[in-house]
Design a protein around this ligand. Structure first.
Ligand SMILES: Cc1ncc(COP(=O)(O)O)c(C=O)c1O
Length: 420
């Protein structure tokens, strides 16, 4: 294949594999991967950080293998809680008391008093009857959906919904439909197809690649009209939206309309894990059928103790939420003033959309990194090919000086290239 032809391909094109052994990838995948631009792009994935994923950290740069101080606008540490002194202290105390691991699945022996108390507090926080904790957010989404849906049911997912919801739906055997992103006419057409079936509509509070909010009032109205249930993934909105930080459900005053509310513990909480809150009867049922809960080790005790403290710190007043909102507003204003495209972002998840030219995107990623700014390039198939982008995460931890330095680098490196 000639070199230019190779650049037309993406990971989506190598799914089928007709090599002789399952341990061999397809031959043309190897050829594609060895193209200098493709392998350069892959270099950005998995660059090791040399200190905490805070807003100022050090990275072992993929561009020139140098250890470099950077402003980190890529991590999910939206409230800076992973390094909060009270969180660290709580985790340290639990480490001394319980050791490093839970040493069992929640069903068998991995449930410690810490897990029980944290799940109780999360259910209370989300104003639901009960809660189940999972050792990863991905496993939580997958496990909740796989645990309650059955063959003959319908799962209806926004086309920008997270992979973990799709995989949960696939494993469940339910008939899966996608509707156009935030498009109510498309949702309605899909619900027509599911008439007469047990149906679950799955949406996200804040969409993870675009940072826009679900049109929750309209989605709720349609769910009511068709008599179907609603599942809300608040991975990127819990602790950040709503008067008390409960998420986008609270923001729209519609929490009571959400049948199941899901959250990750890896983002604003600053740890790892996932949780699902709902009525006590379905949570009891899930305990019997949710594979990642039954068959995967529980969250480490020190992490749970840190998470419990993170919940306390983030909800005792609105300081962190307010700071995050102020930082987001500042960054949004200045990025827009530079004429850059942030799509429909309404949150701390703010893409800078560059376009279909992935060579340019990777060159810019290298350029800003050399100046001391870390933004991860995101290309097809993670986002549509024509909307290759930097996915920027704003954090409450950013100081005025950090933001101004980051904006200067964006102005010097990205703006001239995009304008050209
Ligand atoms: C919307 C959404 N749901 C679920 C997950 C999975 O969460 P975790 O990374 O904690 O496993 C993610 C992760 O990025 C996400 O963006």
């Amino acid at each position: 294949m000639d070199k230019d032809q190779l650049l037309k391909y993406s990971m989506l094109d190598f799914f089928q594999n007709d090599s002789k052994s399952v341990l061999d990838p397809p031959a043309d995948f190897e050829e594609w991967y060895s193209h200098p631009l493709v392998s350069f792009g892959f270099k950005f994935a998995g660059q090791p950080m040399l200190s905490a994923p805070s807003t100022i950290t050090k990275i072992q740069s993929a561009v020139d293998d140098q250890a470099r101080r950077i402003i980190n606008l890529t991590s999910y540490n939206y409230l800076g809680l992973s390094t909060h002194p009270e969180v660290i202290q709580a985790a340290k105390e639990a480490l001394d008391k319980y050791g490093t691991g839970s040493s069992g699945s929640p069903m068998v022996s991995g449930t410690l008093d810490l897990h029980v108390e944290f799940a109780r507090r999360l259910a209370e926080f989300k104003q639901k009857e009960d809660c189940l904790l999972y050792s990863s957010g991905f496993g939580g989404n997958l496990g909740a959906l796989q645990g309650i849906l059955r063959k003959g049911d319908c799962i209806v997912i926004d086309e920008k919904g997270h992979r973990s919801m799709i995989d949960g739906g696939l494993i469940s055997g339910a008939k899966m439909y996608f509707f156009k992103h935030n498009d109510m006419a498309s949702l309605e057409q899909t619900l027509e197809k599911c008439k007469g079936k047990r149906t679950l509509v799955c949406v996200e509070g804040v969409y993870s690649m675009d940072g826009d909010l679900v049109k929750l009032p309209e989605v709720v109205a349609l769910c009511d009209r068709y008599g179907v249930q609603l599942y809300l993934d608040e991975a990127h909105s819990t602790l950040m939206f709503g008067e008390n930080g409960r998420g986008v459900g609270e923001h729209f005053h519609l929490e009571h309309k959400v049948g199941m509310t899901f959250g990750t513990l890896s983002k604003s909480f600053g740890g790892v894990g996932g949780f699902i809150c709902s009525n006590a009867r379905i949570i009891r049922y899930l305990r019997g059928y949710s594979s990642p809960w039954n068959f995967s080790c529980a969250i480490a005790p020190s992490t749970v103790a840190g998470l419990m403290k993170a919940l306390e710190v983030a909800t005792r007043d609105s300081t962190l939420r307010d700071k995050l909102q102020a930082n987001t507003a500042y960054m949004r204003k200045h990025i827009l003033d530079m004429g850059l495209d942030i799509g429909k972002s309404e949150s701390q998840v703010m893409p800078i959309i560059i376009g279909p030219d992935s060579k340019l995107l990777y060159e810019l990623a290298a350029g800003i990194q050399q100046r001391g700014l870390f933004l991860q390039p995101v290309t097809f198939p993670a986002v549509p090919a024509e909307t290759g982008r930097f996915r920027m995460s704003i954090s409450a931890q950013l100081t005025q000086a950090d933001m101004d330095e980051a904006l200067n680098i964006i102005k010097d490196v990205i703006v001239p290239a995009v304008k050209k």
